[in-house]
Write a protein that binds this ligand. Structure first.
Ligand code: 3PG
Ligand code: CO
Length: 555
């Protein structure tokens, strides 16, 4: 029968303290002025790279290596941490939705049937991120859903859009809204009353995460449900163009707006008897709105009106909370993660990050599962993130505090594994502020140094890697790699993640002399890291895990 017991590694000892450091958004790319990691002073990461060549390599962190549909899909922190923790590659959100849409299975599921019950007399509302970024949602999936729902009886449809500019270029919202308007026009020609009803920028409206700022969700609620917002327009296109023309406006932070008819009445508030689908597949930024839409008792803000609706998520957003209770596509079932195995084998585990990435190094790492496996030997520490600012204002973020917590955990000798995520290069990279991102990369490097110094002191082992690229390339490029310019001749800033591989470095006084990276896994990816870490704790990985990156040669 099944057993949690891991086999002993034939050569590697137990009892070493292992630090696992994930630099968020830290990829490897050509050294040039738009590579903030290269420009920044990063002596610690540099020394790992130029140190022992058999203990530094690159691993794949995008596309099929992390369960995404194709090699054009950049990595992201959710799938990256899933792969790091699970040690295997699971088909992920976007891919599951693609499969369900292509086969039509999505329309046969319980979730769609539940939504459909409202089509006769109610409106179908679709709320989500309007872009082709593929991290949280995809425009083509929304298009298919609009088509599929209208063919299956939805007569009145309202789309509540959230503009992106974070996983895609700033300014691209205009094109996405045009495409959507065009599709809605085609539906109207077929006699379906289909319109954009409200909108706003993703970082200011609706898509907050980890309960950082409920005001963000409230702004969305007011526009989407109550039909109230400071800005009113007669079409989605007009809204985006006018709001973007304001000084300093950008897609991520557009203010909330509602679309009104010729009498100034909102065209699509959510009312009793309506159906609502949040069409993002990624969970982290949907949990809060899902709670507002689903929970009868709710005190995070005054909802004013709580309509009786049939609500479904594109996916289930929290497996522990069973939230929402209805969804269109079933989630990947990530079982037997490395964290769960190691805890069953007595590995005392400490995990830490600041709020914006805390869930990544715990929930996502543990296969989308919240809480401890065994609270007696685990401790998860969340350092509160700065809130109410964009991270280019405080690019050092909480790197120092996270490193101090990790250092203390290592020196305490109370833990076998000390795992952290350092968010700087990703969170500041997303702002598109190159100067600030350079400061961010240095701050992350300083934090790595503090953790490695502690490992040195206790005779431990370190694994330093990243979840996907971001700060190593801050400019949009053409096919040949040349920076693209906008119509004013300025470079087009790349705020998104990248397709680049990420480094992984291993070492520390506790690492046996014969340990080196094997040469027979040139396409190794993030999913190979779990088996590697298990080895450093003195165990063999389960046989169905992606193979370890290391071998132990006898000296
Ligand atoms: C976000 O949600 O901030 C970005 O779309 C992706 O960020 P992450 O994958 O690095 O968390
Ligand atoms: Co990111």
């Amino acid at each position: 029968g099944f057993s949690w017991k891991l086999l002993d590694h034939p050569k590697l000892p137990k009892g070493k303290t292992v630090a696992v450091v994930v630099l968020d958004g830290w990829g490897e790319a050509n050294p040039n002025q738009y590579n903030c990691i290269h420009v920044a002073e990063t002596p610690t990461m540099d020394s790992l790279k130029t140190g022992a060549p058999e203990r530094w390599r690159l691993v794949r962190a995008h596309g099929t290596a992390v369960g995404l549909p194709s090699e054009d899909d950049m990595g992201n922190s959710e799938v990256g941490h899933n792969a790091l923790g699970a040690g295997r590659i699971f088909a992920q959100g976007a891919k599951l939705v693609d499969i369900a849409l292509a086969s039509g299975k999505i329309y046969e599921g319980e979730g769609f049937k539940y939504i459909k019950e409202c089509f006769e007399t109610g409106t179908l509302h679709l709320i989500g991120l309007l872009s082709d970024g593929g991290v949280h949602s995809r425009l083509d999936q929304l298009q298919l859903l609009l088509k599929g729902a209208s063919e299956r009886g939805a007569k009145r449809i309202r789309v509540h859009i959230l503009t992106d500019g974070r996983d895609v270029l700033d300014g691209s919202s205009v094109g996405f809204v045009e495409t959507l308007e065009n599709d809605l026009e085609n539906l109207r020609q077929k006699g379906i009353d289909a319109k954009i009803a409200s909108g706003g920028g993703r970082m200011y409206v609706t898509m907050d995460r980890y309960e950082n700022d409920w005001n963000v969700v409230k702004r969305g609620w007011d526009a989407q449900v109550l039909g109230e917002a400071p800005h009113k327009f007669t079409s989605g296109i007009e809204a985006i163009k006018k709001l973007r023309a304001e000084p300093k406006a950008n897609d991520q932070y557009l203010p909330p707006f509602v679309i009104v008819d010729e009498n100034g009445k909102p065209v699509g508030p959510i009312v009793d008897g309506d159906a609502v689908v949040t069409f993002n597949f990624r969970a982290d930024r949907m949990v809060m709105i899902a709670k507002a839409l689903e929970y009868e008792n709710f005190d995070k803000f005054d909802r004013v009106r709580y309509p009786k609706i049939h609500y479904a998520g594109m996916l289930e957003y929290d497996g522990e909370l069973k939230l929402p209770s209805h969804y269109l596509v079933s989630p990947p079932e990530i079982d037997r993660t490395s964290g769960e195995y190691l805890v069953h084998n007595g590995i005392r585990t400490f995990a830490c990050s600041e709020t914006v990435k805390f869930g990544h190094v715990t929930f996502f790492w543990n296969g989308n599962r919240s809480g401890y496996f065994n609270s007696e030997i685990e401790e998860y520490v969340e350092v509160p993130s700065d809130s109410g600012i964009t991270f280019n204002v405080q690019p050092k973020m909480k790197a120092l505090q996270i490193a101090e917590k990790a250092r203390d955990a290592i020196l305490s000798k109370k833990f076998d594994q000390v795992r952290v995520n350092l968010p700087n290069s990703d969170m500041v990279g997303h702002t598109g502020d190159i100067e600030a991102t350079i400061v961010a990369c240095k701050a992350a490097d300083d934090a790595v140094k503090m953790i490695l110094d502690a490992i040195e002191q206790v005779g431990g082992i370190y694994v330093v890697t990243a979840d996907h690229g971001n700060a190593e390339d801050m400019v949009k490029r053409d096919k040949s790699g040349k920076p693209l310019l906008d119509k004013n001749g300025n470079i087009q800033i790349l705020t998104s993640h990248t397709l680049q591989p990420v480094p992984i470095a291993i070492g520390g006084p506790g690492l046996s002399a014969g340990v080196k990276f094997r040469n027979d896994l040139p396409n190794g990816g993030l999913a190979n890291v779990a088996a590697t870490v298990m080895n450093f704790h003195g165990f063999e990985a389960p046989s169905d895990y992606e193979p370890t990156l290391i071998e132990v040669v006898d000296n």
